[in-house]
Design a protein. Sequence first.
Length: 461
Amino acid sequence: MSPISRTASALAVGVALSWVTPAQAQDATSVAQELAQMRAQMERMSQRIDELEGQLAQAKADAGAATQAAGEARAAVAEVKENPPVKVAWKGAPELTGKDGFTFKPRGRLQVDTGMVSRPNGITDKSTGFGSEVRRAYLGFDGTLPGGFGYRAEIDVAGSSVEITDLYLTYAASKNMTLTLGQHKPFWSLEELGSDLFTSFTERAALNTSFGFERRLGASATYSKGPLIVQGGVFTDNLSDLNNDENNSWSVDGRVVFAPKLGDGQLHVGGSAHYRELNDSAASVRYRVRPLIHTPDIRFIDTGAISASSETGYGLELAYLSGRFHATGEGHWQKVDRLDGPNPTFFGGYAEVGYFLTGGDTRGYKNGAYDRVKPANPVNKGGMGAVELNLRYDRLDLSDAGIIGGRQNGYQVSVVWTPTDYTRFLLNYGRMQYNDAFIPAAGGDRSYGVNAFGMRAQVDF
């Protein structure tokens, strides 16, 4: 090759090299950029993987917590089923119901009375005229216990001292038999065994307040099946009277009731018998009664103290309820076995009719006694409540066998307004005619008349 050719070749190679070197440099830069981008993408992918792994771990933790919570919830449900919570119902007051038959309900009543008794000429006793009082203020509770047991405890705080009223334990020995132990009512009469919350007048008829009917400590049994009720018990005395250790009195009391349904009506036929040995230091009885209402402390007929060893009583009961109408009649004969002298027999009885002036209302009746009136249209639902008109003839004869305690013929009328199930207002008037009265009027007159007017406001729960 000639020198000229070699020179030309060298120049060509140089020119070619001058073009190749910049291209390679540009490619290297591009590769570096791509590597940087790849590293950034890989870092982002790594971060995303870390995030996903964290979320997966949290999801596993949440799933475990949910499983644990579900297990705890199942355990709680099982515990609730095994130990159900206390249920609260409202029946004038809260009634608590727990497991296995436990129940508890507070109870109480308040009765505020106002009244006036006329004063016959010549009688200066200042207990006549106008008066007012808290007739009853009861506080207590009742309920049930597992095994068929029940209980009630109640006190009256209306007077100057606290007095125990009901205090007893019951046991359901069978479907039809209930046993009671404690202070409760012997089985006196229809009106006496019904609560004073449901009476037609502010006070019961004279036979219930004159012959010493009261709660006494004792043991009794009640058998009830269909329309038949048989009751009997052995009693000592009222708890307050038993504070005297010389009081050893006891009594046997029984009652039978037949109460069938007659069409839409309810019939009640009953009878009771009572025998009591006094066996106490006083060895005496005394029968007397206030004039219709309780606010005055005066008694116009009164046997005074009669020395006695025992007393025997017999009672008859008759009642009928149908719709708005009710009628009741009772009689009671009380014989006294005196320590000396002939044995007198005293009598008390009454006849009563009543009628609701408001439609849909009726007297309540339950377990052989009158029960609560529940207005068909109570005031709290826009109605006027229940309004009832009652008439009563009330007879008491405390004169026999040389005992001159006097005789009463009472002519009485009442209006009872029941706005709601647990509130009542009573207004009553009575004209009592007395013969051989215990308290003489002007000129020694023992045959005269007395007017009595009474009102009551009442609430219970």
